[in-house]
Design a protein around this ligand. Structure first.
Ligand code: AMP
Length: 490
């Protein structure tokens, strides 16, 4: 990781987490469906994309920088032979931004060929890297994925893949959803708290594992079920099925609530909840908790859409006469790759990205709905834009609680001092962004909308208390951090 936990990595532009895929098919190359699945997961990472395949004899690899469509051409896909493949889209949350960190990570060693794709972030990677480097492992990147790969490679020298994964799971601590390829065997692993999503799908001629169910839909597959927290899934090499190994059990999960709020695609089902429906329910609850009279309710596209429709629906159901309208148009060609190194550039980016529809807002009292506020850049720019377009009142309603602390597990939430809610009340923030009123949704409402108990969710970015033990931070549950020294060389 870059920087220690008390000095979280700083990013110049908004970051997303990664997306992972793994596929094992009966008798066709797995690279093409893996590529399509990566396309479906593009929202989870735009920095680099890669696929590693295995044809029964050797590994083939292609990684490239940028979007999936830029990282591969037809020849690259054709050269990725073999019915087993894993893939990755990356936005760096740990490690530097260059090709050496692009994934899948792959290595050939005495115990075979290993490929690894990781979504999440370990909190003890530095400790493990030091320990492994001390026993002769040479590292080519500063990312935490290589640490997992080296640990697994070492364990594979004298254990089978299931025991080796179990031993590695006993040593790595933090958030991880992994797809692994050991020779031509494809595996999926989810950390014991299930922080990041991972789901199994069935194709006509094989099985696929992916970060989100939307990727399985995209390749014409059928969702079988989520990989369970602490479970290792081993796909059969003939594409005929998979074995399950429940390797670690803990009392409570720590599913990231922000996957539902912002990160995941609305058409994905995560841990049995359709993200779109959760967002609509968050919108309904937002009206119930913090509804405000106005002439028109409008979403911040695209992130606020489902919230705004739920909010407006609930308001109308309760007899409120309010219009639900599009009042902001999005320029789709300002990609997420738009470089925003400075605050000024970020502000300009909002104006490049969104433009008000005058007739929706002119002379009206307007409520703008978005999923979250991080630095406050979007909200303050939008309030200005909507006022300039003639709105008389501008209210802001947010479908998540205030983000007050960094995320150490794979989402860039900026540093504490950049977070507008870190040391301000909602009223302070309303004044700062120039809104007539501003309200957030409570964590209780989020918990209810997701339909899981509070004890089974990670809300570290809201509470500042984390489900994994991070140096210098509080935890909200008993955490058993692996003792690296005591299990070394098992
Ligand atoms: P900000 O402008 O910094 O307050 O960021 C809030 C806006 O960015 C909202 O419209 C969110 O939909 C979106 N957003 C929330 N979290 C993130 C994140 N981690 N990375 C990128 N965008 C985000």
């Amino acid at each position: 990781m870059q920087g220690g936990p008390s000095d979280p990595p700083e990013f110049d532009h908004p970051t997303e987490k990664c997306g992972v895929v793994g596929a094992s098919l009966a008798d066709r190359d797995a690279a093409l469906p893996t590529y399509y699945a990566l396309y479906a997961l593009q929202h989870r990472g735009q920095e680099s994309a890669g696929i590693v395949s295995h044809d029964g004899f050797q590994q083939h690899q292609h990684v490239g920088m940028g979007l999936v469509g830029d990282a591969f051409d037809e020849d690259d896909i054709d050269a990725l032979h073999g019915p087993a493949a894993i893939g990755h889209v990356r936005y760096p949350t740990a490690g530097s931004v260059d090709e050496s960190c692009a994934q899948p990570f792959s290595v050939s060693f005495k115990g075979g060929a290993l490929g690894l794709s990781h979504n999440g972030n370990l909190v003890n990677a530095d400790e493990l890297r030091d320990e492994l480097a001390g026993s002769g492992h040479a590292f080519t990147s500063d990312g935490d994925t290589e640490v997992i790969a080296h640990d697994l490679a070492r364990n594979l020298l004298d254990a089978d893949i299931v025991d080796a994964v179990e031993a590695t799971m006993g040593r790595i601590h933090g958030s991880y959803s992994l797809t692994i390829m050991h020779d031509d065997t494809v595996l999926g692993v989810r950390d014991p708290r299930g922080n990041r999503p991972l789901v199994i799908g069935k194709l006509d001629d094989g099985y696929i594992i992916a970060s989100e169910s939307a990727a399985i839909d995209t390749v014409g597959g059928e969702v079988v079920r989520d990989v369970r927290p602490g479970e290792l899934v081993v796909l059969h090499e003939d594409g005929g099925g998979f074995d399950s190994h429940q390797l670690v059990d803990v009392d409570n999960t720590a599913h990231c609530f922000f996957e539902y709020v912002y990160f995941a695609r609305p058409d994905s089902v995560i841990d049995e909840e359709l993200v779109y429906e959760v967002r609509r329910e968050l919108g309904r609850q937002l009206w119930q908790e913090a509804g405000v009279d106005s002439d028109v309710v409008m979403p911040v596209p695209d992130s606020g859409r489902a919230f705004a429709s739920g909010y407006a629906e609930q308001a109308q159901q309760e007899g409120e006469s309010v219009d639900f309208a599009e009042g902001l148009m999005k320029n789709r060609y300002v990609g997420r790759t738009f470089i925003m190194p400075t605050q000024e550039a970020r502000e300009r980016a909002v104006r490049l990205k969104l433009n008000p529809i005058k007739s929706t807002v002119e002379g009206k009292s307007v409520t703008i709905i978005d999923d979250s506020i991080v630095r406050g850049t979007t909200s303050s720019q939008l309030v200005d834009l909507v006022r300039e377009a003639g709105a008389e009142e501008v209210h802001v309603r947010i479908g998540a609680p205030p983000i007050q602390a960094p995320c150490y597990f794979g989402i860039d939430m900026a540093t504490r001092d950049e977070l507008i809610a870190a040391d301000r009340t909602a009223d302070d923030i309303a004044a700062e962004v120039g809104a007539d009123s501003l309200s957030y949704l409570s964590l209780d409402a989020v918990t209810a909308a997701i339909g899981k108990s509070r004890a089974d969710l990670c809300a570290g970015c809201v509470t500042g208390e984390y489900p994994y033990e991070v140096d210098g931070e509080a935890t909200d549950r008993p955490v058993q951090r692996p003792d690296v020294d005591s299990v070394a060389d098992d």
